[in-house]
Ligand binder design. Structure first.
Ligand SMILES: [Ca+2]
Ligand SMILES: [Ca+2]
Length: 210
């Protein structure tokens, strides 16, 4: 098994799990021609990435990643926006980039919820310590289709930073989604209907981010 490494300043590479040698270092230039127009930005901090199943059919696991870019506008100052990346695990080639819902920044490690019929859904949290965010699901194979995004939760002040836990808590055979928001609530959603199963909100000022 190879190791996926991400971090500050554009660190995004894989290492050979046997000897630690570098397999590839991600580069924005290492893209398919059709993606070049959408990948002109420099690679910024990359905290959240994971292996997923082989998307492009080359026999190697691929990678789903989320990152937040900052841009400087004359009047707006620094604005942060998030994007989702699909990257080939074999050679680090960018397969697809998609903006996060409402371009919200994201520090959430995306997760894959597998439904009983085998459909894979991306579970994504957005928002930061002091910026609006939410919890969303979208079919992995419909990542670029904004109409397929389902909104489970939104907070106009604070985001969802901690990874969700996927577990079947109502014992219907399908994994559910349990997440702690930065704004002091723990929420559980049915993985089939996406309806809220329960919500516990801490009364004392508290925050969850890791
Ligand atoms: Ca692959
Ligand atoms: Ca369930």
């Amino acid at each position: 098994m190879d190791c996926l490494v991400t971090g500050k300043g554009g660190v995004f590479c894989t290492l050979n799990g046997h000897d630690g040698s570098k397999l590839w270092q991600f580069s924005e230039d290492n893209t398919q021609p059709s993606n070049k127009a959408s990948s002109a930005e420099p690679l910024m901090n990359m905290y959240s990435a994971r292996f997923i199943h082989d998307i492009n059919g080359d026999g190697a696991l691929d990678i789903l990643a989320v990152q937040t870019l900052d841009s400087l506008g004359k009047e707006t100052g620094v604005t942060l926006s998030g994007r989702i990346l699909l990257v080939s695990g074999a050679e680090g080639r960018l397969l697809q980039t998609v903006a996060t819902p409402m371009d919200q920044e994201s520090y959430f490690c995306p997760q894959i919820l597998v439904r009983p019929d085998g459909e894979e859904l991306v579970v994504l949290g957005t928002g930061g310590y002091n910026s609006p965010g939410g919890l969303y699901v979208v079919p992995l194979l419909a990542l670029g289709n904004a109409g397929e995004v389902k909104v489970l939760y939104q907070d106009q002040f604070k985001g969802v930073l901690s990874p969700a836990v996927l577990a079947d808590i109502n014992q219907d055979g399908s994994e559910d989604i349990i997440v702690a928001t930065f704004n002091a609530s723990v929420l559980a959603f049915d993985g089939l209907t996406f309806k809220l199963l329960w919500n516990y909100t801490f009364q004392q000022p508290s925050e969850t981010f890791r």
